[in-house]
Design a protein around this ligand. Structure first.
Ligand code: SF4
Length: 491
């Protein structure tokens, strides 16, 4: 346990955020008069106001012995005109990052930037008319982000900008969630229920979803929105039977102006849910982008993570999708899966290169609170894979060989090696939806159990969210309430 004392501020959340970078398995507890404590690691941080300046004092003790002590004066640094409080919170994080780096002799590629969407900050700085050199300085000298990650962010921000600049304020995107899968993957934190257990609920679920689609159509009409992209995800949408899948696709076709869409994605996800009939149906209903997600091409890992298919099934499904005419296929992989070596990852990425999809998303293994890995703590002893950074570099090299470039990026808490998830694509195959969801410049109306609607207010860049219930049963019973929640955001 790490004990902290805050004086002159109450930024415990920010303090914990930084401590977790260095001591991910330790709990953090706030106490008073910690400097008298004689055991364990103790961190003291005090903020004082001195005329127009502030002073921040940070002390680290271990078993009562002083290991770090520094006090520095500063004026709040705010390159994006935020409130003084936000700037102060960041300064507390920065000072603590410096202290803990010196104390532990550790540094991280993203410095103390712990946010999920680092490219968003680049866009904000670009909007303030800072040039890349000035932004580079802020990232490297202020946030301590490595040169490689800064460059990666710039590459991504430039590519995203083309799509973001094209987006008009009345454009929105639609997300439709199908919360069923063949089985639950070990690391899954999404709204996903085993289809075999829920097969009798599917017709009720689709009926509720159709009611929500109709309600959203009304909202779109009233507000004069134009739908830019549709994303059907989950779960695994192809895990439901063909009849219900067609019922859903028909409703989408009837409701939205598909000819005006820049992208219509459906996650075919797992090969054990894919059939030729379902793929043909998806194609017939104008879906122009699908995902077939292996995560790994190693059979032993597929089995261990709870997948009920082999790597051969992935290859078969991919070829089937090509034969049916899909010209835009994405594949997802995970670097740092339990027990995988760099050689295992090499096999995965080499097989993907042979398949030659249009885009590739490389996730870094993250242990999320809602996953079986944490529920079953102890059944599988997962320690972050030390080879993950090498795997991420290998994926980047292979992406280059596949003529892909990075085009979106996001980070999560508890990621192995404090890294990131990166989407790569060939030129012209960047997913509009993925960029919009990451950069939060566009409202996204989410339908189905677990959907989170985000309404962006361009005037002040603020965002309001409404949450659909996660439980399938509750969703079926309360779809009218879900619509009411959405409408209330738009008053
Ligand atoms: S396929 Fe995706 S949504 Fe389904 S259980 Fe696995 S990780 Fe979760």
């Amino acid at each position: 346990m790490i004990i902290v004392e805050l004086k002159g501020h109450d930024y415990l959340y920010q303090v914990k955020d930084v401590i977790k970078l260095f001591f991910e398995n330790n709990t953090v507890e706030e106490k008073k008069q910690v400097l008298k404590n004689k055991s364990g690691i103790v961190i003291y941080t005090e903020l004082k106001k001195k005329e127009n300046q502030f002073e921040l004092e940070t002390i680290i003790l271990n078993d009562g012995i002083s290991c770090y002590k520094n006090a520095h004066q500063f004026e709040p640094f705010s390159p994006i005109d935020e409130s003084e409080e936000k700037a102060l919170k960041r300064e507390v994080k920065r000072e603590l990052y410096i202290a803990l780096s010196k104390y532990t002799h550790q540094e991280f590629p993203w410095g103390f930037l712990t946010g999920i969407r680092p490219a968003k900050l680049v866009h904000k700085l670009l909007n303030k008319e800072l040039n890349y050199r000035e932004i580079e300085k802020i990232f490297q000298k202020y946030y301590f982000v490595s040169r490689e990650k800064t460059q990666l962010l710039f590459d991504i921000a430039k590519r995203e900008k083309e799509i973001l600049d094209y987006t008009k304020p009345h454009m929105i995107s639609i997300y439709i969630g199908i919360p069923f899968c063949k089985s639950r993957c070990l690391y899954c934190s999404f709204t996903s229920n085993p289809i075999d257990k829920y097969k009798n609920s599917v017709s009720y679920y689709i009926k509720a979803l159709k009611a929500e689609i109709k309600g959203v159509k009304q909202i779109i009409k009233e507000k004069g929105y134009q739908v830019q992209s549709i994303y059907i995800g989950g779960g695994t949408p192809t895990s439901i039977d063909k009849i219900h899948l067609e019922e859903l696709l028909t409703e989408v076709e009837k409701t939205f102006e598909l000819n005006n869409l820049s992208e219509y994605t459906l996650e075919a996800g797992r090969p054990d849910s894919i059939t030729r009939e379902k793929l043909s149906l998806i194609k017939k209903y104008s879906v122009n982008r699908i995902s077939i997600n292996p995560q790994t091409m190693n059979n032993k890992t597929l089995k261990m993570i709870g997948r009920k298919h082999s790597s051969k099934d992935i290859i078969k499904s991919f070829h089937m999708a090509r034969e049916i005419g899909f010209k835009n296929i994405n594949m997802d992989v995970i670097a740092g899966l339990p027990d995988e070596t760099i050689m295992d990852f090499h096999k995965t990425i080499k097989d993907i290169k042979t398949l030659n999809p249009e885009s590739l998303t490389v996730h870094t293994m993250a242990v999320k609170r809602a996953s079986k890995l944490t529920e079953n703590n102890g059944i599988i002893d997962f320690t972050p894979n030390k080879e993950t950074p090498l795997m991420i570099n290998m994926a980047s090299e292979y992406a280059k060989e596949m003529k892909m470039h990075p085009y979106y990026l996001y980070r999560q808490k508890n990621m192995a090696g404090k890294l990131e998830n990166i989407g790569y694509s060939k030129k012209g195959f960047e997913s509009t939806y993925n960029i919009q969801i990451m950069e939060e410049k566009q409202s996204i109306i989410a339908l189905g159990a677990g959907g989170i609607t985000k309404i962006v207010y361009p005037n002040d860049d603020s965002i309001k969210r409404s949450f659909n219930v996660k439980s399938v049963e509750l969703y079926i019973d309360s779809v009218d309430e879900m619509l009411k929640r959405k409408k209330s955001l738009m008053l």
